[in-house]
Write a protein that binds this ligand. Structure first.
Ligand code: ADP
Ligand code: MG
Length: 249
């Protein structure tokens, strides 16, 4: 379980303190998937960087399965906003990187099967800059899931994709998540994505970033949920909620 209690974070910019996260309390159950949605600049990426163990000097507590965050001891898969691929490494090497950094043996069959699942086998010896944005996102996803993480953090993983490709990627994500049941936090600025992929939806407000509302999503996992009337009404509710906080900021 991911557990954040009274979590706050302050950046120091030109000697000035700017609080970007204020008293965040949230929990993601083991094997659960939670989407986080909110206006640009409300601290979503900062939140993921804290849970990934990249930013340390926060106030409050942040634990994974009851232990303080420590990437050396916990298996944390982090897919940053720019996918985090190393341009000088091939697709295959990038996918293997997460395990190699941890000095773990990489099983060739596992890599091959992951590349097949994500439809990137044909590019295995290419470099990231020779791929489209969508293909790079698939590589990032393959790397994250190959690690079989305890916690998966995804920062706007399917942005910059056309609507159809984004929906394909959401299906691929769900099929991998169902296989591994990894506790996941997925940051998105697409209302429909938050609704389609989140069991729980955390709505953030801005300046400083804080939780405005947490919703349990009754539509999660429903077959064909995107075409249900409730999907449209919940989308409308989420949009209005986010807009309201945006105006107040
Ligand atoms: P989001 O991902 O929701 O768009 P971020 O977490 O990236 O928001 O940023 C939250 C706020 O913190 C923004 O106002 C941003 O400008 C500021 N910020 C982000 N990174 C830094 C940094 N390294 N130093 C100072 N301010 C930062
Ligand atoms: Mg961000």
């Amino acid at each position: 379980m991911i557990d954040l209690q009274h979590l706050s974070y302050t950046y120091v910019v030109d000697g000035r303190c700017v609080r970007v996260l204020d008293d965040i309390n949230m929990r993601v159950q083991k094997g659960g998937v939670c989407s986080v949605i909110g206006p640009s600049g409300c601290g979503k990426s900062t939140l993921l960087k804290i849970i990934a163990g990249i930013l340390h000097d926060y106030d409050g507590t942040a634990t994974i399965d009851g232990k303080p965050i420590c990437p050396a001891q916990q298996r944390i898969g982090f897919m940053p906003q720019n996918y985090g691929l190393l341009p000088w490494k091939t697709v295959r090497e990038n996918i293997e990187l997460g395990k190699k950094i941890r000095h773990e043996t990489v099983q060739t069959e596992e890599v091959v099967s992951m590349m097949q699942h994500l439809g990137i086998s044909a590019f295995s010896e290419r470099y990231p800059l020779e791929l489209s944005g969508g293909q790079q996102q698939r590589v990032g996803l393959a790397r994250a899931f190959l690690l079989r993480p305890d916690v998966l953090l995804m920062d706007e993983p399917f942005s910059a994709l056309d609507a159809i490709t984004r929906e394909e990627m959401q299906e691929i994500f769900l099929s991998l998540w169902q296989e591994q049941h990894v506790s996941t936090i997925l940051v998105t600025h697409y209302v429909e994505e938050a609704l389609y992929l989140g069991q729980k939806i955390v709505i953030f407000a801005n300046a400083p970033g804080r939780i405005a509302e947490v919703l349990d999503n009754p539509l999660f996992g429903c077959i064909d949920s995107r075409s249900k009337t409730e999907f449209f009404s919940m989308s409308r509710y989420l949009r209005e909620r986010i807009r309201k906080d945006w105006r107040q900021a």
